[in-house]
Design a protein. Structure first.
Length: 274
């Protein structure tokens, strides 16, 4: 599945006088994260940024700059102050504009020079993905209710992402701990799970990613430990239509989760292994 890794590294220089060595020690930065579509002409990204700068100069505030932008646009920058000479770590996110279906460029730099100017590493280009599709699954039995509502979209040509909320309610009186789960995966792949217990939480925000064949969608299923000896019982499997990696011209934004759902294919299946 697609992910974004951006690096900048400036090695120590050994060909300088002793007075210059402080400025030319090793410096580096690393961003590891993901980028997703925000409609056909936008994108969002998030991840972890780390940076080390060993320049000691009272006249300069050391900063790391993460540049981002649509492939045909200028870079915008997220900048963070680097404190001290040890590694600094930041959680970072942002958004921007792009041309229809355009990929997104990233680069990293640090202001290493006496005048405060930056040096940058190589540009990295990443696909943002295609339009979101609503996806929902529900399980109801007696006083037990579990629902997942969210979106699925293409995470590059051979990946997927699913984002939404798993909500569970249990009105029964039980002497054992019970759980609710979301199973998810590509149509031809194996199941993966996100689980909550009824006592400590009644909902969980979900954002998961995985791999798929380029011409297939994703499947989800929800269930609870309401079977004999706390075995899982599940709803019917829900399959999302094949995920498109690109938007069509003039395509509207994804509908809200609470709008009527009409385009899902529901298939009866046996309980998957858990």
């Amino acid at each position: 599945m697609p992910a974004v890794t951006v690096r900048f590294y400036k090695p120590r220089r050994e060909d300088l006088s002793r007075d210059d060595h402080d400025r030319w020690r090793e410096h580096g930065a690393l961003f590891e994260g993901t980028v997703d579509p925000d409609g056909p002409e936008g994108y969002v990204f998030s991840g972890t940024l780390s940076a080390t700068c060993q320049v000691v100069d009272a006249g300069i505030t050391n900063t790391v700059a993460l540049g981002h932008g649509g492939a045909s646009a200028d870079f915008s920058y997220e900048k963070r102050e680097i404190k001290g000479t040890d590694e600094n770590v930041y959680e970072i996110s942002g958004r921007g504009k792009r041309a229809l279906n355009e990929d997104v460029d990233f680069r990293l730099g640090i202001n290493l020079h006496n005048d405060g100017s930056y040096e940058y590493g190589d540009k990295v280009t990443a696909p943002a993905g295609g339009p979101r599709q609503l996806i929902e699954a529900r399980y109801d039995e007696g006083g037990v209710h579990v629902i997942f509502r969210g979106h699925a979209w293409a995470d590059g040509p051979e990946g997927y992402a699913i984002e939404g909320r798993l909500i569970a309610k249990n009105d029964k009186v039980s002497t054992t701990q019970e759980y609710a789960t979301l199973g998810y995966g590509s149509e031809s792949g194996s199941w993966h799970y996100e689980t909550i217990d009824f006592d400590s939480s009644d909902s969980k925000k979900i954002l998961v990613r995985g791999s798929r064949d380029s011409d297939e969608g994703v499947a989800i299923i929800v269930g609870t430990t309401s079977g004999t000896l706390n075995t899982y019982k599940y709803c019917d499997k829900v399959i999302c239509a094949p995920l498109r990696p690109k938007f069509e011209p003039g395509e509207p934004p994804a509908p809200a989760w609470d709008r009527p759902l009409s385009h899902y294919l529901h298939l009866l299946v046996g309980p998957p292994a858990h």
